[in-house]
Design a protein around this ligand. Structure first.
Ligand code: ADP
Ligand code: MG
Length: 462
């Protein structure tokens, strides 16, 4: 029974059956993941507790845990399953370097992080957003080809800065680069918003050393939506240092942004010039040809995925492509709607059906903007727009402001931070709060329900 005597790792096994030899598992990690990944990460994981169907593994820091979870959790689980088939879950616990077995009191196990529904899954690269699924067109040709070149020659174009409007494929490209490079490199992929979240958390926890280490360790650092740092001085400071230290050690940096570096608002000049210091490529709005290509590719994907035949005539496809706006995310949304309809009605759609289905969709997409919502809402409540956007917190201003934020979230494709910025640069958490408040009130309060319905119909009418 006691097979674990030779373990050099910090092992604390339960009364349950002990079957894992952690040394063997570690050896297999090294073979599977390669020695670089093994030495910097996996080696430091210790087995703390073993149950029949799950393991508790110890890791040195929170960042370490986040990193492992986002990048290796699935593979680690698959690997340990090879040793013990009944395992189906892994939990992580953060242990101090020198913490010994006695400290592992039962009550501490309550603090164990349940990975299953944890927010820590954020940092995963999405396997579908790869190069293969990215359709090339005139508008993204340059961005695509340099994204691929970066994968071939790390640090040649450094930083690579990809800019373009919402829904045009920036995140997709960043993801594809990450996927391509992750096997050979220490890839860190994070949105600027998440970067800030970690930053603030580590300030609060007085854990800046780990924060710095964690991000500076990567050999490929990918940061999405850098415009988010606008107006956030201390975040910019930290980003600047991270950036410099990564560049110094020759790490590849890839950045996305909704605009060109020099057009960034309230961002330090020295950062802007760093951002612009490598290669800047932009993605433009797709032309009809690209939109048609993307639609056809998506139809094929759905067909393969669901093993069903989807018949949409070229006429229908062209109609969707020509009527939809430039945002590719919306284009795909529209297509999904058409496919859903044809599924429900079990028929091949003709152009008239299609026009009918999409009338509402296109109208909404066309008409509703954050500006428009702000105007309609402030008119509706008879307050000045400037007051609605001001910092004043009195209820007669705060409620309309919250309603406008709520509608902006519900009726446009803007992200929470983007909406926040449009409301006199409020934080995205303020927007989240507004959305929650109004959602709740519109269920509880008939007056609120009525107001929202009327404002919506005003918006849709215009
Ligand atoms: P952004 O980050 O620029 O706002 P995304 O990368 O999130 O945009 O793209 C929005 C959606 O459109 C995603 O589902 C993405 O996969 C898809 N998409 C964008 N460009 C392309 C393309 N050229 N080929 C295939 N899908 C694309
Ligand atoms: Mg994006």
């Amino acid at each position: 029974m006691e097979k674990n005597t030779s373990k050099k790792h910090n092992v604390y096994t339960s009364e349950e059956e002990k079957t894992l030899n952690w040394n063997d598992v570690q050896t297999s990690f090294k073979e599977t993941f390669g020695s670089e990944v093994y030495n910097s990460w996996l080696q430091k994981i210790s087995l703390m507790k073993e149950y029949n169907d799950y393991l508790i593994l110890g890791v040195p820091t929170r960042f370490f845990r986040d990193w492992i979870v986002s990048r290796y959790l699935d593979k680690i689980l698959a690997k340990v399953k090879e040793f013990k088939l009944s395992l189906n879950r892994i939990e992580f616990k953060i242990i101090e370097e020198k913490q010994n077995q006695e400290l592992l009191k039962i009550n501490e196990l309550n603090k164990v992080t349940e990975i299953k529904d944890s927010i820590l899954n954020y940092n995963r690269l999405n396997p579908h957003l790869n190069f293969e699924n990215f359709v090339q067109g005139k508008s993204n040709d340059i961005a695509l080809s340099y994204s691929k070149k970066v994968c071939e020659h790390i640090s040649r174009y450094n930083p690579l800065y990809i800019c373009g409007g919402v829904g045009l494929g920036k995140t997709h490209l960043l993801n594809a680069i990450g996927l391509e490079l992750q096997n050979e490199n220490n890839v860190m992929y994070i949105s600027a918003e998440r970067f800030m979240y970690h930053f603030i958390k580590s300030i609060k926890k007085n854990d800046m050393v780990n924060f710095k280490d964690f991000f500076r360790k990567s050999s490929v650092f990918i940061i999405d939506d850098i415009q988010f740092i606008s107006g956030k001085e201390s975040l910019q400071e930290e980003f600047f240092h991270t950036f410099n230290s990564l560049m110094d050690k020759g790490s590849q940096i890839i950045i996305s942004c909704d605009r060109a570096p020099m057009k960034l608002d309230r961002v330090q000049d020295r950062i802007k010039s760093r951002l612009a210091g490598g290669l800047v490529v932009d993605i433009e709005s797709p032309d009809i040809e690209l939109k048609v290509k993307i639609l056809k590719k998506k139809i094929l994907e759905v067909q393969n995925q669901f093993k069903e035949n989807i018949v949409l005539s070229d006429e229908v496809i062209n109609y969707i492509a020509s009527e939809s706006k430039t945002n590719i995310r919306e284009l795909i949304g529209v297509l999904n709607r058409v496919i859903a309809f044809s599924r429900v009605h079990k028929k091949d759609l003709n152009i008239t059906d299609c026009k009918n289905i999409l009338k509402d969709v296109f109208n909404q997409i066309r008409v509703i903007t954050v500006d428009k919502i702000q105007n309609v809402v402030s008119n509706y409540f008879n307050i000045a727009l400037s007051e609605m956007l001001s910092q004043r917190r009195s209820r007669p201003l705060a409620r309309p402001r919250q309603i406008a934020m709520y509608l902006a979230k519900k009726m446009t494709s803007r992200s929470l931070p983007e909406i926040g910025r449009r409301f006199a640069n409020r934080d995205h958490t303020t927007v989240i709060h507004a959305v929650k408040t109004i959602t709740r009130l519109s269920h509880q309060d008939d007056e609120m329900k009525k107001n929202i319905a009327q404002i919506k119909s005003l918006l849709l009418e215009q």
